[in-house]
Design a protein. Structure first.
Length: 106
């Protein structure tokens, strides 16, 4: 598992080195708490798609696109947060960049 903490300057060499250090890697997933249309995903996804080797699939796990960052009430936030974390840690199901379900659904 790897984590990108420095977004600028874009750490292209470090990301490629990390990805290539896992010979059985088939998928790279961007995970964030913010909705899909907010946060660093919009900045990082195009760059990652440009540099990742062709054999790697790229996916997203996070909240669906929306106008506000919050869920609206604590129970909904906790439920959505649990879904994001459990989906990110579930290695049995691949995550697609273009899922058949709505963004944020699993």
């Amino acid at each position: 598992m790897g984590r990108v903490e420095l977004l600028y300057p874009f750490p292209q060499n470090e990301i490629l080195e990390l990805a290539l250090s896992y010979p059985n890697l088939t998928e790279v997933v961007w995970v964030q708490e913010e909705p899909r249309n907010m946060g660093a995903r919009a900045h990082m996804s195009p760059r990652l798609l440009q540099i990742l080797p062709d054999h790697l699939h790229f996916g997203y796990i996070g909240r669906p696109e929306r106008a506000a960052a919050g869920e609206g009430y604590p129970v909904a936030h906790a439920k959505e947060q649990n879904r994001i974390v459990s989906t990110a840690l579930d290695l049995t199901q691949p995550v697609s960049q273009y899922p058949r379900k709505q963004p944020g659904e699993r």
